[in-house]
Design a protein around this ligand. Sequence first.
Ligand code: ASP
Length: 421
Amino acid sequence: MKTHYRLLLSLLLGTLAGLAAHGYAQLEALQILNHYLLEPIGQLFLRLIFMIVVPMVMSGLILGVFQLSSHQGLARIARRTLLFTVLASSASVVIGVGLVNLAKPGVGLDISQVSHDSGSVSKIAGNAAAAKPVLQALLEIIPKNPVSAAAQALEGEMLALMFFALVFGAALAASQTSQHSRWVELLEESYAACLVIVDNAMKLAPVAVFALVFQSTFKFGYQILFSLGFYVLIVIIGLLLQQTVVYSLLLKAFTRIRPLQFFRQCREVYLQAFATASSNATLPRSLELAEQQLKLRPEIARFVLTIGSTANQNGTALFEGITVLFLAQVYGLDLSLGQQIQVVLMSILAGIGTAGVPGGSLPLIMILTQQVGIPAEGMGLILGVDRLLDMCRTTLNVSGDLVIAALVDAPEHLDAEQERQ
Ligand code: ASP
């Protein structure tokens, strides 16, 4: 059986088994099975992948920038990446805000019916309160110590690590007289070794996907969906519109790629993003796919995908826009046009600044909701369904990165073809 079918099967089986087990959640045997077998299996897989994220980002990004700088293509590629990122993020937020204003899923919702998880809410509130002012956050993109940025990369310092890799790659190109330096060889070999680790870790994926999905459905069951079903539906419709309409249009307009075929080639990566709810945990596999199956140019794939895993999160941006306006509707707040525009802009920025880990966007939502005057407890409303929505928005985040990598790569293909003719 092909890998993506195996992953899909594990996803379905994990969901069904978790839902069935949720009804017997008090059974000690089930709790023991979950705690001592399924949780460790899921963690084992995630840890194996997370283990190589930092070496892969470092070697991939330095190499990508080195190669692009050596060919004087860096500025052009960076410009195109930024342009498409802003375009795709803006489209996703506009879709989200449009849908939530049209359908009004929060109007008339009875808050008392929905579970509150005050422990988690105060934890997120604590994280949000610890958030730095914008100027300081911008300054801290330049790390004082790249080693500590690497150590903190998976706790939100990814941008700082990337900044270091960008500067280092460009400086390496400026200081080298030939393409064959020992540094470059070392980085190429490290990158290749990371790919071998991904390949081997992926052998565990079908079992791990079962375990990860089981835990979510086992914990929350499907009852929660009934009270928040409309909101969940609106988020999912928004994500699907972005994936099927916006991405297809972008691919058609700027490349010769057939969207359906492209999406089909990406299936396995989508499934991994869905199961892990983490762009970072999916990055190694996306890099492999982009280079080996999609045949994108390695230096472009490495540059765009690595940066995109943190800086291009269309699903997160769409989700944030919908959620803030949904909560405003629930609490009967009438947001002015100015406030709505603020939500749109902040959601686009949030899509750029969110860490690619499960629940990475929650502290940012807390900040946004507080800015427009929604009570902190509002978060308690959505926490029960957040894992499901996280899985869905992460899939779009990762899909968006691959689409942008293809868009940025396209003119290079065209140039190469024209040269050949
Ligand atoms: N889990 C998302 C990701 O990794 C981030 C988020 O929206 O919470 O892309």
